[in-house]
Ligand binder design. Structure first.
Ligand code: ATP
Ligand code: MG
Length: 392
């Protein structure tokens, strides 16, 4: 195993005798990061505030016993490694604890510093291995999900290009025919007015024309999606892209009784973006937010710089709404082509698919999730350009 820095995995020691806490701290504070508490409830309270990898507790305490406390720790923080310090006379408690899986291990009193140090190290190593395994597992699942999404998208892309091509030609014929209708009608009006149902023809004509227009729009979206042009990247401050979009959408927002606002951290790093493609992404997300709030509401756009531990600096753009949120059962399908919950004829269901594609072209990511409280948020992550800060 690679070398573990034990100090990065804090230990909580619980004992109702202050003197024991002091002894423990004196012996182990050079090797480990140590928290102490004088009762189970105090210990639980600390766990809600602090990151702790291992909890070790004395069994005999006034009020909550050590085992009772560790059972609570297990419930609230199943990942924490638990150890019990006890006398030989409490053997039955130990057997119970080990058999039910509450305890990772135990130490008999009186303990030797050397033995306890080894036991604590083993406990932390166990925590490290398990959490590392879980992390890898989560990463694998994420990768698989991404791969299957990418596969679906590329299959649909090929299909879309084929269909678009096949539909385009017949559509031209139909459109040509329709364009002849007004001429033919006016001829009929002269030659045989009795057979002319003016109302029917006018309705039929405009309906067909509009429908064809819709198909044409759909086809050009499909083509854009299946044969995207490579992004034309420039180095830019994200605010320079967001601000014009706000002006563009404000009128529509007013009409819908929606307040739209923008908050940007100072000193946001620059990013490499294709301005027109990112505008398309933002417009899609804002429109989705509008559609999620038919009764009006609030859209907040936030730009901030985040720097997760061990990862590169990221510029995050968040579009928040306080609409109805996303039902659990459709979460996996949001980015699927043609997935829409809108009425037929209202949405195509390509908005988020295209956003996803564009973000991928930027080496970024998009995530959609529900907010605590109410509504949903779309989070865009852009890798920050190294060095150099944005001015505004
Ligand atoms: N902010 C949001 N709140 C709640 N649901 C959302 C939100 N954004 C997207 N959705 C859900 O995701 C679905 C897919 O969104 P997407 O933008 O891909 O398609 P659409 O908006 O239905 O149609 P299109 O964007 O092609 O006009 C929506 O129909 C909606 O059910
Ligand atoms: Mg949409």
């Amino acid at each position: 195993m690679e070398k573990i820095d034990y100090r990065q995995y804090p230990i909580l020691f619980v004992d109702d005798e202050e003197e024991n806490l002091d002894i423990f701290s004196i012996h182990f504070k050079d090797t480990f990061t140590i928290y102490t508490a004088t009762s189970g409830p105090d210990g639980l309270e600390l766990l809600d505030r602090e990151f702790v990898a291992l909890v070790i507790s004395d069994q005999r305490m006034a009020g909550m016993t050590g085992m009772e406390f560790l059972q609570e720790v297990n419930k609230g923080h199943p990942e924490i490694v638990t150890m019990l310090v006890t006398a030989y006379s409490d053997l039955d408690v130990l057997v119970d604890g080990v058999n039910t899986g509450t305890l990772y291990s135990y130490i008999l009193k009186p303990w030797e510093v050397k033995d306890l140090k080894i036991a604590l190290k083993r406990g932390i190593e166990h925590y490290y291995l398990v959490s590392e395994r879980d992390r890898l597992h989560r990463e694998q699942i994420e990768t698989l999900k991404k791969m299957s999404r990418a596969n679906r998208l590329s299959a649909v892309g090929t299909l879309a290009a084929g269909i678009a091509h096949e539909i385009r030609n017949p559509l031209v014929s139909i459109q040509t025919f329709l364009e002849m209708v007004p001429q033919k009608l006016s001829e009929l009006r002269v030659t045989d007015p009795a057979r002319l149902d003016q109302e029917f023809w006018e309705k039929f004509y405009s309906l067909s024309f509009n429908e064809i227009q819709r198909i044409r729009t759909l086809i050009s979206e499909l083509v854009n999606f299946s044969q995207p042009t490579p992004p034309d990247l420039i180095t830019e401050n994200i605010s320079r892209v967001i601000e014009p979009i706000l002006d563009l959408t404000r009128k529509e927002a007013d009409k819908r009784g929606i307040e739209i606002s923008y908050h940007a951290d100072p000193d946001i790093p620059l990013i490499h973006i294709d301005v027109s493609k990112i505008k398309q992404v933002l417009l899609n997300l804002i429109l989705n937010a509008f559609q999620a709030m038919p009764e009006g509401g609030e859209v907040r756009i936030i730009a901030r710089s985040v720097h997760p531990r061990g990862q590169a600096r990221t510029v995050q753009v968040v579009v928040q709404d306080n609409g109805q949120g996303i039902p659990e059962e459709i979460k996996e399908q949001l980015f699927d082509p043609f997935f829409t919950t809108q009425d037929p004829g209202e949405g195509i269901g390509l908005g988020l698919t295209i956003c996803h594609q564009i973000m991928e072209e930027h080496g970024g990511e998009i995530e959609i999730k529900n907010r605590h409280g109410q509504g949903a948020e779309a989070i865009l992550n852009f890798p920050a350009v190294k060095e150099g800060k944005a001015k505004g």
